[in-house]
Design a protein around this ligand. Structure first.
Ligand SMILES: *Cc1c(COP(=O)(O)O)cnc(C)c1O
Ligand SMILES: [Zn+2]
Length: 500
């Protein structure tokens, strides 16, 4: 729809202008730092940062119901910069002019209702939000769109040049960073650090395909993270991990999208996300808090963070019911099929502690919860979901297993409706599905396949056929007719089909 065709009272709000005053806020010492430089931690105390708009109060001039209409109408515009996370420009990166926004098709991923069979199995109504339908096939693209739009803005305004974007990754961060960096060629180059043999072949192919420099490092993600932090401290590089607060800001769109998809009615809603480095759950809490603060939503939804028992430092922290006695202890992780969440020392832990407390306090009751699940449950629920028409990755399976656990333990009620994050596309983690189908998980995973969920291809080559076609070697005539008939007969027999 063209701007002149929108209702008069909406028109002036449709296309956002550069506005607001963003700043880094330190969660340790409270110092506020300007955003003209790329900062990842507080120069004074070393703590992580969150970006805040010093002029956030200006957004209150527009009442909540009008904001809802603005966002709903804005969705009908055909301006690429406003098609992704910057549909919520005023809340996401309001200082970036539309002309500098990088949009590669991220955000606004579909929410797909579970069918009746799957809802019965899970014991309640729920949707998957398919974040695998982002351009690099994971939710990380929202944060990268934000971070790279900001970098692009700094480049265009002459504040930085020849940027080298670096990140450590369990696979998806590097895929996303390399993709967005490639788009900003020749001003931006990228280098990614991956734990050797701890990302899937599909994930490894992504930064390679985007032309990034790829380094494989011994150890696990937490080790790569330390190297990247050292690089960021000692060399002129742009850090693209979720330590970078611009990543968090962009990922807040996830909450805004859900609010909009449910007509801003968050009553009885439960948001389920897996936790690795804890950037995602940070952004989800922060996003809902902002929309609630401005009156765009009237209720803060429940949030359930899920971890595998093999990498559960956040869950362990919250196992202690008395906040005064909680102590964060980084852990050595064990192998997990939720490989992108195999993190023992989450960078965003201070953000989670800060925001979960704030969230519960503003809600007036506990509304952020943490559960853990087994590796077996993760695989079984992923495959069960996909047997019912979904494209969930292992982390989607982890989230669904977490929802079921939360229902069983009474954290959620059967009359609530959940939105379960399938954070990446099933195809990225097809190797784990294969290990399940072939029953060859190493013992340390503790996964024993359920025969009802296993599946194998059947090679159909009837023994009585002398000739079968081969690539470059077709057969014809009677041989071919016989081939078609015999193979059909064998398939029909296998499928118990009765001839017409
Ligand atoms: C990064 C990632 C996670 C973990 O998200 P955090 O923000 O690190 O907690 C989960 N699933 C997938 C597929 C990911 O790529
Ligand atoms: Zn500080």
């Amino acid at each position: 729809m063209k701007p002149q065709d929108f209702p008069k009272e909406i028109r002036s709000y449709l296309i956002p202008e550069k506005a607001g005053r963003l700043a880094y806020h330190c969660l340790g010492c409270g110092t506020v730092h300007g955003i003209d430089k790329l900062l990842y931690t507080c120069p004074d105390c070393g703590q992580v940062l969150l970006i805040q708009d010093e002029q956030f109060d200006r957004l209150r001039q527009i009442p909540g119901p009008l904001w809802r209409r603005i966002f709903d109408y804005r969705r009908m515009l055909k301006i690429p910069a406003l098609k992704g996370i910057y549909l919520y420009h005023e809340f996401i990166g309001s200082v970036i002019p539309l002309s500098d926004i990088v949009y590669l098709g991220e955000g606004h991923t579909p929410i797909v209702s579970a069918n009746n069979t799957l809802q019965e199995l899970a014991g309640m109504a729920f949707f998957f939000k398919n974040d695998g339908q982002n351009p690099s096939a994971s939710f990380k693209d929202r944060g990268m769109a934000s971070a790279f739009s900001y970098i692009n803005y700094l480049i265009k305004s002459g504040k930085i040049k020849n940027v080298l974007a670096v990140c450590a990754s369990t696979g998806d961060t590097s895929a996303a960073a390399a993709l967005y960096a490639a788009y900003l060629k020749p001003h931006v180059k990228s280098a990614v650090l991956l734990p050797h043999k701890k990302v899937t072949p599909q994930q490894l192919s992504q930064p390679l395909g985007s032309g990034a420099r790829v380094f494989e490092i011994p150890g696990v993600f937490d080790d790569c993270m330390k190297v990247v932090e050292h690089l960021a401290e000692h060399y002129p590089v742009a850090l693209l991990n979720s330590k970078n607060a611009w990543r968090i800001l962009g990922q807040e769109s996830y909450s805004y999208e859900i609010a909009q998809d449910f007509e801003y009615d968050m009553a009885g809603k439960v948001i389920v996300v897996p936790i690795g480095n804890a950037g995602n759950i940070t952004a989800v809490m922060s996003g809902f808090l902002k929309f609630y603060d401005i009156g765009i939503i009237d209720v803060l939804p429940k949030i359930i963070g899920v971890q595998s028992a093999h990498a559960n430092p956040v869950y362990r922290y919250y196992m202690e019911p008395d906040p005064a006695k909680r102590r964060f202890v980084p852990m050595a992780v064990k192998p997990s099929v939720a490989q992108a969440a195999m993190i023992g020392n989450p960078v965003s832990m201070p953000r989670v502690i800060h925001l979960a407390e704030k969230y519960n306090q503003i809600a007036g009751e506990q509304r952020v919860f943490f559960v853990e699940v087994t590796e077996q449950e993760i695989m079984d629920w992923e495959l069960t979901a996909n047997h019912n028409g979904h494209i969930a990755c292992t982390h989607g399976g982890e989230s669904l297993a977490g929802l079921v656990r939360a229902r069983q333990t009474g954290l959620v009620d059967t009359d609530e409706t959940a939105v379960v994050d399938s954070t990446a596309h099933a195809l990225k983690f097809a190797g784990f599905q294969e290990m399940y189908f072939e029953n060859r998980f190493p013992d340390e995973f503790g996964i024993h396949p359920d025969p009802r969920l296993m599946n194998r291809p059947v090679y159909m080559r009837p023994d009585d056929l002398e000739k079968v076609p081969a690539p470059g070697n077709p057969i014809d005539g009677e041989d071919f007719e016989k081939f078609v008939r015999r193979v059909s007969e064998e398939i029909a027999r296998t499928l118990d089909l009765v001839a017409l």
